[in-house]
Design a protein around this ligand. Structure first.
Ligand SMILES: [Zn+2]
Length: 277
């Protein structure tokens, strides 16, 4: 982390870092996000550090460590460090990084690759990659237009699935964003498996369920066809736990059935049908 890199502008509303100063944040002018009520505002990593922002590192599950920022930057998601025998994956990202976080993550075995569910969580992904030696960042090519700081570490993948390690598979669930991705880790929980879903499949307040939205802040529901496709792609995978995008937003048991039942419920309400009387 050089001082030079830390001056890259970060959007206050979404926490995504850009390569060059700009007037607007394309991610926030998109109808899935919003421009902050005080107008477009920018910050930088040095400014956030000076303002007292700091990392939060806490276990979220078996072999899964939450990595967040306090107070929240942008949307407030927490990333996850997935510790596997074949190497550690950073799943999703946040709009912050400092040397304390790097030190803590190094003590947990570091990061060997990064994969991110969708553009709202790109955060300061290039800073994270470089802090751990320029590790690859797997992003779905369908969302390539949203990358605001292009870098040689970014690996665009295409199609429905991509194996990135032993028992580690990215799945293009395609909900929320065309490139919307979830990570299946077959080795989680002594081989029962886990799904890291970001908010592509959103773990909701009743943590036995997930939901599917095109826009969360603007309450725009996802198209039924996209939901059906996601469920079909996840059908062959085994998992009990679903890790959502926010602290403790975790389905602890029966995750696979939770997705099926949640999709059935969603599609029942999304159906265009005569009003029952
Ligand atoms: Zn933004």
């Amino acid at each position: 982390m050089t001082g030079m890199e830390r001056t890259f502008p970060i959007c206050r509303a979404c926490g995504v870092q850009y390569a060059t100063p700009r007037l607007d944040c394309p991610i926030c002018t998109d109808e899935r996000q919003f421009i902050g009520w005080d107008g477009q505002r920018w910050t930088t990593l040095p400014e956030l550090r000076a303002q007292g922002y700091h990392g939060r590192v806490e276990p979220e599950g078996d072999g899964v460590i939450g990595l967040g920022v306090d107070p929240k930057v942008g949307i407030g998601q927490r990333a996850l460090l997935v510790r596997t025998p074949g190497g550690n994956v950073l799943w999703d990202c946040v709009g912050y990084l400092d040397t304390d976080i790097v030190t803590a993550v190094r003590a947990l075995g570091g990061i060997h690759m990064i994969a991110i569910s969708h553009p709202h969580f790109y955060g300061t992904m290039i800073e994270w990659s470089r802090a751990f030696g320029g590790v690859p960042i797997y992003l779905h090519r369908a969302d390539a237009r949203w990358v605001g700081r292009p870098d040689e570490a970014v690996v665009f993948w295409s199609g429905d699935t991509r194996v990135i390690g032993d028992a580690l598979t990215l799945v293009n669930a395609g909900v929320h964003f065309a490139g919307g991705t979830v990570l299946h880790w077959g080795g989680a929980d002594s081989g029962q498996g886990a799904l890291l879903s970001g908010d592509i499949l959103q773990v909701v307040m009743d943590r036995r369920w997930v939901s599917f939205m095109y826009s969360y802040p603007n309450y725009i529901p996802e198209r039924p066809a996209a939901v059906r496709r996601a469920v079909q792609l996840l059908e062959p995978l085994g998992f009990e736990t679903i890790y959502g995008a926010f602290w403790n937003a975790v389905v602890r048991i029966d995750g696979h059935a939770a997705i099926r039942r949640s999709a059935d419920r969603y599609l029942r309400f999304a159906a265009d049908r005569p009003t029952e009387s």
